[in-house]
Design a binder for this molecule. Structure first.
Ligand code: SF4
Length: 598
């Protein structure tokens, strides 16, 4: 069990490093969690006094984020990815094996406090899974040998930093490059051109390029920057949304690992155009292993005069970037929830309008852009609007990075001009026999084999990047189940349609899966989907029905072949529920069973 010594000293150190402000609450809590594997009550009391916040508020924030815990986790806190592609690679069997080896029950700390083994949603390593997080660090390519080695290291008490480095290797796996990934590298080319041309001309270039947000929403980037620039407000902010939590998406991981300069330069360019002086990169908790390297890139850029005061000698061009960690909340990928989290609160999505471009962080105009969008903006600034428009289609200019995973020979990152067909990607990644692709992750849509001529573009079907391949032997209802469980788990609970509807939907899909559903249940599923889509407060709730609705429409056989003949079957299985009572009372006679003849 980790020593709880010197909590006050630890809190002092963290506040000295991060700064001293209630908005940094989530950042303090992350670091306390990293140090003690929990948030001890003494730390909560100290933070409450130091920040002038109610204890209940701090506990509410801890309870919101999956990676923060008041109850101690084991010294080795192991979270195995439960994403559908990792399940397809055998993650469940590896989880069982690890639990057996270590003598633990999933989700319960071992009595000696040595280890906790649990599951987590997608870790962003779908191209090199199954993966796990140990004390926050990603360990890839799990197999039986690696699981056995992990168990031995845990039993020996070997500190994670002394585990074999090969376990933690995360490869970029770039399989196809197009104009963005092939562009000559530079740390400051876009900024120098910006200073030569001025903000108006550069904004015009971004506008003419037709660049649209690459996170999935597809809003025109130049419009967002212009709205923020024109909005009344004292201060402005630029936020890079690196909370890449959509299952099956991992392109931002690669860009942050190998193209961080371009991403930070894109933020600085946006600041130059909008007049922002402060930027934040909100980094997904699962990518904690990137934090140190990203801080080094920022430090190098400060020394080179690319961040800080008077950037590149231009008086008054002041901008700097801080990295804030996420803590395991998928909903924080929604821009207003992300802003709430940046302000140190639970990541509950805000009511919109007003949109962040007019009232965002600290109620000031704020641009929130995806990692890939900022990377593309830097390249457009350097090579021009026509260079970018030369790829893609009329409404979907440029290229798109796809995160390809699942049943294919060559999973990884593929950059294509927008308008590429699903079939082309299938051919390139080595998945000729695929029965279907799930495009855009859990919130996306199914593309069955007879629709592989579908084009990936805003005119046809768009995607934030996830491209999950399902081979001919897969049961697509497994995928649907995985996604509805995921959404029910990730709902922030703020609004009833999503909080209750998500659980009802999960239960009904489970009922179909168990072969206990009828037509009535399918109709119920449709009704709940419609209600969630139309009345949820934010995109998470309205997108939850997507995988269900699209499979019901395009591959209904995955439901129909499981329906039982009766028209209505209750969800509650009374006979099964009586099993516990029979066990306790030691009865197994006919009177202890429903409907058994006496
Ligand atoms: Fe929260 Fe879901 Fe409502 Fe969004 S839709 S606010 S995630 S409960």
């Amino acid at each position: 069990m980790k020593s709880l010594a010197n909590i006050a000293g630890c809190v002092d150190d963290i506040m000295a490093t991060c700064g001293d402000h209630p908005e940094l609450l989530v950042q303090y809590l992350c670091r306390i969690q990293w140090r003690y594997n929990c948030i001890p009550p003494e730390a909560i009391e100290l933070l409450a006094v130091r920040l002038g916040l109610p204890v209940a508020h701090i506990r509410g924030v801890i309870g919101f984020y999956a990676f923060l815990h008041e109850t101690p986790r084991g010294d080795f806190n192991i979270l195995i990815s439960d994403s559908i592609t990792d399940q397809m690679l055998g993650s469940r069997a590896l989880l069982d094996r690890l639990c057996r080896q270590l003598g633990v029950q999933a989700g319960v700390a071992r009595a000696d406090g040595r280890v906790t083994v649990d599951t987590t949603s997608c870790t962003g390593m779908c191209d090199q899974g199954p993966a796990l997080l140990v004390n926050g660090f990603a360990l890839t390519r799990l197999d039986v040998a690696r699981v056995d080695a992990v168990a031995a290291l845990v039993e020996a008490g070997t500190p994670v930093q002394d585990w074999p480095a090969a376990f933690f290797a995360v490869e970029d796996n770039i399989r196809r490059r197009d104009r963005l990934l092939n562009a000559p590298r530079s740390t400051d080319g876009a900024l120098r051109l910006f200073l030569q041309q001025g903000a108006d001309a550069m904004l015009e270039t971004i506008d003419r390029s037709g660049l649209r947000g690459r996170g999935g929403a597809g809003f025109r980037t130049a419009s967002k920057w212009r709205f923020c620039r024109q909005a009344p407000g004292g201060r402005r902010y630029v936020v890079c949304n690196a909370d890449e939590g959509e299952p099956g998406t991992f392109k931002d991981r690669v860009l942050l690992n190998s193209f961080a300069d371009e991403v930070f330069e894109g933020m600085t360019l946006c600041a130059g155009i909008t007049g922002a002086q402060q930027g934040f990169l909100y980094l997904r908790g699962e990518y904690r292993y990137l934090l140190e390297a990203l801080e080094s890139v920022l430090a190098r850029r400060r020394s080179a005069g690319l961040l800080g005061r008077d950037i590149l000698g231009r008086q008054g061009f002041d901008f700097d970037i801080a990295i804030h960690m996420g803590a395991g909340a998928y909903v924080c990928g929604e821009e207003s929830a992300l802003i709430e989290s940046l302000e140190g609160k639970r990541g509950i999505p805000r009511k919109r309008p007003p949109f962040p471009v007019t009232r965002g962080l600290r109620q000031q105009p704020t641009v929130v852009n995806n990692v890939e969008t900022l990377f593309a903006a830097t390249c457009i600034a350097r090579f021009g609007a026509d260079w970018f428009r030369a790829s893609g289609t009329e409404q979907s200019t440029g290229t798109k990075l796809l995160s390809v995973s699942g049943d294919c020979v060559r999973p990884g990152i593929y950059e294509y001009p927008l308008g590429v067909t699903v079939g082309q990607v299938i051919e390139d990644c080595g998945a000729e026999h695929a029965q279907a692709v799930q495009l855009a992750g859990a919130a996306g849509t199914i593309i069955p084999r007879d629709e592989f001529d579908t084009r990936i573009s805003y005119e046809d079907v768009d995607t934030g990047g996830a491209f999950m391949v399902f081979g001919p032997e897969r049961d697509l209802l497994d995928m649907v189940r995985n996604f509805v469980h995921f959404f029910a788990h990730e709902s922030c609970g703020f609004c009833t349609p999503c909080r209750v509807g998500g659980t009802l939907l999960k239960n009904l899909v489970d009922k179909v899966y168990a072969g206990r559903a009828g037509e009535y249940d399918l109709q119920k599923i449709r009704d709940i989907c419609r209600l969630m889509r139309d009345t949820s407060h934010c995109g998470l709730g309205s997108a939850t029905p997507n995988p269900v609705m699209s499979t019901l429409e395009k591959v209904p056989s995955i439901y129909r072949r499981r329906l039982c003949t009766s028209d209505y079957e209750p969800a509650f299985d009374l006979e099964a529920e009586l099993e516990e009572a029979r066990r306790i009372t030691g009865r197994d006679d006919s009177g202890a069973h429903i409907g058994r003849e006496t």
